[in-house]
Design a protein around this ligand. Structure first.
Ligand code: HEM
Ligand SMILES: [Cu+2]
Length: 676
């Protein structure tokens, strides 16, 4: 909040008023805070979080359809559903979608929505940059998918190994180029958002919110942002070299000119292994919030949870070559990477034990979020253990490129990250939308997904050990693989059915009664404000004195040391009468950053440049112009619109129902106090 309250200092004060109001004379500043237009120009971290989440869910449906095509093809030997070409496109786009367009943006949704609320801030450090990240991510995703209509989708796997990917003789057409350029675009989004969230966590915590009082979700997201900050540049370099090989005849991976295509594998996995922790650590953070809430106990060993997460973050950089055991690394490297991979299981094990210890003797309440969280723990144990079996190099030589690998990474990515994401979605849904999701439909969703997931990916362990290779469009009869493949396909249909139940739950939830501010009686600051939160988040600036601040405000000990609920705690924003209202004077003049057109316009420039590289350079020039003009427009535009009542922005509540809004004093100064 420090930053948004301070914003006026950053305004351009020199020059004509009129110039400031209409930068470059192109756009009148957007003013809408409700209606669909407001979403295009919003810089509110909560709206941006919702947009990330909604977009990721649409891509989840698309990636899921691709998976169903793959499984239908493999249901019987000699499948005829897809041509080999289409099959390659299906698994490539499926993997790319799930990693880059589903799990990453889904976790960005949680980080965007929750981090400012959990650390007691009004927004992220750079709200317009935040909007830019979302629009660039969307632009990259749409660009990638437009390949289907412009000559064919990428088909070299989500790893795009050279020389398959760089040699035009092996991968003619533009599919690979769409992949190479599309991921460069989404990478910019990830980088900008990583910088933004890191600065937010470091600079914008409420007074008293020391690092070791931060909710564990904030910690795990912070580690993931650092991983992004250092891993995205590596893949960007790799993509850039690949782009030059394909578009401009460079020879970075060209064997004929003496290059070593293994360079691609190294660069890809130096990014790729930290990437898997980018995908799992925030999900660990989510369930580390959910499990204590429903075990009615604090998280066991909070400092160990923090440091094991940080340790995983560091160690994750030293294991990449376990993806390359079969490539002829030489015995010393193989031994080194084998050991480092075994070691990284140690901090992961610490987490597992701490979750179990949190559950131990707890008053367990198996709500839907709790079911998903506990499923994550058990399924991740399976995926982690199969991971340890890959770390044994001779073992991995057998398993490499078989369905055993596919089983492994789905247990960690789907059984881990996706189940964690659903735990979080059910947990925070009432906070974000003000209504509960149905527990009954939610349980049906959970059990179907749980059964479907294990039925799909469990048998793949066996198929892999029997030798079925991955990324192969058909298999012959008589290999003994028929039954397991059939089971896997049925499982995938169950998962699809569970997804439909989830959509049904969402649609139906609009009719559910209001959830209230703190329906789970939870522990962290976001539950101290109304659901959905007002645009400015907190009426009262929270001052934090301990871990699980909100819980400690609600509960104390009586004379006999028994924990009792207090009745004198204060809500931190206006809440409905059912919670008892708030005694705080609601704020009148909080400086919230104003909406802006520039992020969406700037983001549009990037796919234009990329299309230009593929079709005609004129388009690139146009895209470049859009880009440069937006940078200028952006920098000439004050982040708080001077026209919007001279800093007295009426805090508009996020829900557009007829809430009268609020009126009174500015939030006390002193919010800029440096956190210790
Ligand atoms: C934290 C979550 C994890 C995720 C998201 C993840 C993801 C993946 C993915 C996507 C692959 C496939 C690579 C390919 O395309 O061939 C893979 C392979 C592998 N994973 Fe994991 N993994 C995780 C945890 C682990 C753990 C805990 C270990 C070991 C302790 C491990 C060891 C391996 C090894 C050795 C391979 C290479 C297998 C091969 O290519 O032959 N992973 N992992
Ligand atoms: Cu790895």
């Amino acid at each position: 909040m420090a930053l948004t309250d301070d914003r006026p200092v950053l305004e351009l004060t020199a020059g004509e008023d009129a110039e400031r109001r209409e930068p470059l004379g192109v756009f009148r500043r957007p003013t809408a805070t409700t209606g669909w237009r407001s979403w295009l120009t919003s810089v509110d971290h909560k709206k941006i979080g919702i947009m990330y989440g909604a977009t990721a869910m649409v891509f989840f449906a698309i990636g899921g359809l691709e998976a169903l095509l793959i499984r239908t093809q493999l249901a019987t030997p000699d499948g005829q559903v897809l041509s080999e070409q289409a099959y390659n496109q299906a698994f490539t786009m499926h993997g790319t979608t799930m990693v880059f367009l589903v799990i990453m943006p889904m976790l960005a949704a949680f980080a965007n929505y929750l981090i400012p609320l959990m650390i007691g801030a009004r927004d992220v450090a750079f709200p317009r940059l935040n909007a830019l990240s979302y629009w660039i991510f969307l632009a990259g995703g749409l660009f990638l998918y437009s390949s289907f209509f412009l000559g064919g989708a990428p088909d070299n796997g989500w790893t795009s190994y050279a020389p398959l990917s760089n040699n035009l003789a092996y991968s003619p057409g533009m599919g690979q180029d769409f992949w190479t350029l599309g991921l460069q675009i989404t990478g910019i989004a990830s980088l900008a958002s990583a910088v933004n969230l890191i600065v937010t966590v470091i600079n914008m915590r409420a007074p008293g919110m020391t690092l070791m009082r931060m909710p564990i979700f904030v910690w795990m997201s912070l580690v993931a942002q650092f991983l992004l900050l250092f891993a995205i540049p590596v893949i960007t370099v790799a993509l850039f070299l690949l782009m030059f090989d394909r578009l401009f005849g460079a020879n970075f991976f060209n064997v004929a000119e003496g290059a070593d295509p293994l360079l691609w594998q190294h660069l890809f996995w130096i990014f790729g292994h930290p990437e898997v922790y980018i995908l799992i650590l925030p999900a660990f953070g989510i369930i580390s919030e959910v499990i204590p809430a429903f075990a009615r106990k604090p998280l066991f060993g909070y400092p160990f949870m923090v440091f094991s997460g940080v340790a995983i973050g560091f160690m994750g950089w030293g294991v990449w070559a376990h993806h390359m055991f079969a490539s002829g690394l030489g015995p010393v490297s193989v031994a080194a990477f084998s050991l480092s991979t075994m070691f990284i299981a140690v901090p992961t094990g610490v987490k597992i034990f701490n979750w179990i210890a949190t559950l131990w003797n707890g008053k367990l309440n198996f709500t839907v979020p709790m079911l998903f969280a506990v499923a994550l723990v058990s399924q991740f144990v399976i995926g982690g253990l199969s991971g340890v079996t890959h770390s044994v190099a001779p073992h991995d030589t057998q398993q490499h490129d078989t369905y055993y690998i596919v089983a492994h990474f789905h247990y960690v990515l789907f059984g881990g990250s996706m189940f964690g994401i659903f735990a979080g979605v059910y947990f925070w849904w009432p906070k974000v939308f003000g209504r509960m999701l149905s527990e009954t439909i939610g349980k049906a969703h959970f059990w179907l997904m749980f059964a479907g997931f294990n039925l799909t990916f469990g048998p793949m362990h066996i198929l892999g050990l029997q030798g079925q290779p991955r990324r192969t469009a058909t298999y012959a009869e008589g290999m003994g693989w028929d039954l397991m493949n059939q089971l896997a396909t049925w499982g995938s249909y169950l998962i699809a059915a569970s997804f439909l139940l989830w959509i049904f739950n969402v649609v139906k939830s609009r009719a559910n009664p209001p959830a209230g501010a703190d329906p789970w009686d939870a522990r962290t600051l976001e539950w101290s404000i109304s659901s959905p939160p007002p645009a400015h988040n907190f009426d009262i600036e929270p001052t934090v004195s301990q871990l699980d601040e909100w819980w400690h405000r609600k509960y104390g000990e009586d004379d006999h040391g028994v924990i009792v609920r207090r009745d004198d705690y204060e809500w931190m924003s206006v809440v409905g009468p059912e919670e008892g209202g708030t005694s705080a004077p609601p704020p009148e003049s909080i400086h919230l950053p104003s909406p802006s057109y520039w992020p969406i316009v700037l983001a549009l420039g990037l796919p234009l440049i990329a299309y230009g590289l593929l079709f005609t350079y004129w388009l690139s020039a146009l895209g470049g112009l859009v880009l440069i003009a937006s940078v200028y427009g952006w920098s000439l535009e004050p982040s708080v619109d001077p026209d919007a009542g001279h800093g007295h922005v009426e805090p508009d509540r996020v829900d557009d129902d007829d809430d009268p809004g609020t009126a009174a004093d500015p939030v006390a100064a002193g919010t800029t106090e440096e956190p210790s």
